[in-house]
Design a protein. Structure first.
Length: 374
């Protein structure tokens, strides 16, 4: 049991990016914080992603959160000592429908947010094959971070701030007004934010039942960059235009979906968002596919086929015969009809989950609104 002198202003359950974002915001407001994490470091969706702050392709509140978050990411990169940069993103158009999508979005957002590129300008920025390339767009507001180091670096920075305690390897067993019950004793706090991600149903099943939360499993790979290519921006393709709302709302994207349904149904069936980013060591992170279930099965006969699909798509995009695989993995995140789950679970306690796969993009923009609600 914590003593009254240790009672923080805020307890945060979950040491992934969403939980860390709430702790960072609390520190900025001068609050004392105890962060509680069941593992001894972040090992989930917060490190198994592209490290891409996909700001421009969002719409509505998610875009507003992304815009707010990008500045926090850049400041934290400097303060906590991990790489974060305004690299932008390049979206590649290899079909008339894709070019129409980008042209429509550029007309809506303006050149400062979406700058159309010729085919030659695309290949000047990223090492994609010129064959069949029609053009593309540069999204200068997008950012990238070193996703393998960011969560750990932010946690270390937080631990060094006055009034912050981090309790690693501490499973949470229940939430009540003013109390977080853990396997290592109770933690009392004036306010509580639960950021348990896709495992929120293990702790608060009624909340996830009401929201219709499922798990989304995705497949990703790490490959050697052909010829030691250097790629600063994130690189998105036509399937990304079907994935992200600002693209998907255009007429070009609607026509693209219809064409792929007839010609490449396997891309839609596997909900492919084909894109890649580069790690600081030079390797490329490529992906990804999406499969949804409340309890994903332990055996997946399609796993190898999906990996081969991603590898073939990337090899064709880069204009190389094959790619050398370094690592393969699955990611998991919470998925529901809305983009964000924000539910009151007890007086002074809320549960918060990003249910759209954009936690890295939006968490640092979401957290101020959540703390305001408390």
């Amino acid at each position: 049991m914590t003593t009254s002198s240790e009672r923080p202003d805020l307890a945060v359950v979950g040491g992934g990016i969403v939980g860390l974002a709430h702790a960072v915001e609390a520190v900025a407001r001068g609050l004392s914080v105890t962060l509680i994490e069941r593992d001894d470091r972040a090992v989930g969706a917060s490190v198994r992603n592209f490290g891409h702050g996909c700001v421009t392709a969002q719409a509505g509140v998610a875009q507003a959160y992304g815009e707010r978050a990008r500045g926090t990411w850049l400041r934290l990169g400097r303060a906590a000592g991990f790489w974060a940069a305004e690299t932008g993103a390049v979206v590649v158009a290899r079909a008339e429908e894709e070019l129409a999508c980008l042209t429509e979005l550029a007309e809506q957002r303006g050149g400062a947010d979406v700058a159309l590129l010729s085919a030659a300008q695309v290949t000047d920025r990223v090492p994609v094959a010129a064959d069949g390339l029609l053009g593309g767009a540069f999204l200068p507001r997008d950012i990238r971070v070193d996703q393998r180091r960011a969560a750990g670096a932010i946690a270390a920075w937080l631990a060094a701030q006055p009034g912050v305690r981090i309790r690693w390897s501490t499973p949470v067993t229940g939430i009540e007004e003013g109390v977080v019950h853990t396997a290592r004793g109770d933690v009392e706090a004036a306010r509580i934010v639960v950021c348990a991600g896709h495992d929120l149903d293990r702790l608060l099943p009624a909340v996830t039942d009401d929201a219709g939360v499922q798990r989304c499993e995705l497949q990703m790979l790490q490959v050697r960059a052909p010829g030691g290519a250097v790629v600063d921006p994130a690189v998105l393709t036509g399937t990304s235009m079907l994935r992200y709302p600002a693209f998907a709302a255009t007429e070009g994207a609607r026509r693209l979906r219809a064409r792929l349904s007839a010609e490449r149904p396997e891309l839609l069936e596997s909900v492919v968002n084909h894109m890649f980013t580069q790690l600081p060591d030079g390797d490329l992170v490529i992906g990804d596919t999406h499969a949804y279930d409340r309890t994903p099965g332990p055996f997946d006969v399609a796993s190898e086929r999906l990996d081969e699909l991603l590898l073939a798509e990337t090899a064709a995009l880069l204009g190389v015969p094959h790619l050398e695989v370094v690592r393969r993995w699955r990611g998991t995140y919470a998925s529901a009809a809305g983009e964000f789950l924000h539910a009151r679970v007890a007086p002074g306690a809320v549960a918060v989950t990003v249910t759209s796969g954009i936690g890295m993009t939006t968490a640092f923009g979401l957290a101020p609104d959540v703390l305001d609600s408390l």
